[in-house]
Design a protein around this ligand. Structure first.
Ligand code: DX5
Ligand code: ZN
Length: 223
């Protein structure tokens, strides 16, 4: 497993130049591309649908598309996002009536599967599904918008999930999403995260490569 993955969120990219933004961020050293899908129902915002994912897949055939679904109900759209070219699909347990079924559905459609826990969502949702997970995503902001501040309580939650992953003996990635910056990424890594979503920190910076390099340097120093 690659020790650290940086997955810039295109939520903060220039949507009028989305293909070029994805090219730039990959050229700047991003490992994955994080796609925030919001439905104005599960979260109070409306963003990207499968047609946009399909266009990005055509534009960047080798990009790893990390698709974060903030939509409810989620099952009906899993085949659409998988067919559009998602590599990994993550969803929130509150958005699925049958979490085990949704996880199975994602894998049956050839994608890696992730479960996302909001700041106030308890870790018991991980019970009984660890063997179906490729990734656990802890939200470090309430989902819906980029540019919010990291919620410090996430650090304790990360430590707890890291120990659950260790106990499971499985190669499950531990992702964190919301308010990740150059100056807090090391602390978040020390708490146990290995996969980092960063939207505004990357796309609102003047030099994507310099920002991603600074994040990697902070991660190397944290190790
Ligand atoms: C929030 C999204 C995040 C967000 C991160 O609902 O899931 O991916 O875009 O943005 P920053 O890094 O700006 O907090
Ligand atoms: Zn996200």
């Amino acid at each position: 497993m690659k020790p650290y993955i940086i997955s810039p969120s295109i939520l903060s990219a220039d949507f009028a130049r989305l293909g070029a933004e994805v090219d730039s961020v990959l050229a700047a050293g991003a490992d994955w591309v994080h796609v925030d899908v919001m439905d104005n129902h599960y979260v109070p915002n409306l963003t990207i649908g499968p047609l946009v994912v399909e266009a990005l897949r055509r534009h960047a055939p080798r990009a790893f598309l990390d698709v974060h679904l903030m939509i409810s109900p989620v099952d009906a759209l899993v085949p659409a996002f998988a067919g559009a070219g998602a590599n990994l699909i993550s969803f929130h347990p509150e958005a699925s009536a049958h979490v085990d079924r949704t996880l199975t559905l994602i894998r049956e459609h050839g994608c890696q599967a992730g479960l996302v826990l909001n700041p106030a969502t308890p870790l018991c949702h991980l019970d009984h599904v660890m063997e179906r997970l490729d990734l656990i995503l802890l939200m470090s902001v309430n989902p819906g918008f980029g540019g919010q501040s990291f919620i410090p309580g996430t650090l304790a939650k990360l430590r707890e999930v890291r120990s659950r992953i260790g106990a499971s003996g499985r190669a499950i990635r531990l992702q964190v999403d919301g308010g990740i910056k150059v100056d807090n990424i090391a602390e978040v890594a020390r708490a146990g995260a290995d996969t980092f979503v960063a939207g505004s920190a990357v796309f609102n910076s003047p030099d994507y490569a310099a920002t991603i390099a600074a994040m990697r340097a902070a991660l190397d120093a944290a190790a």
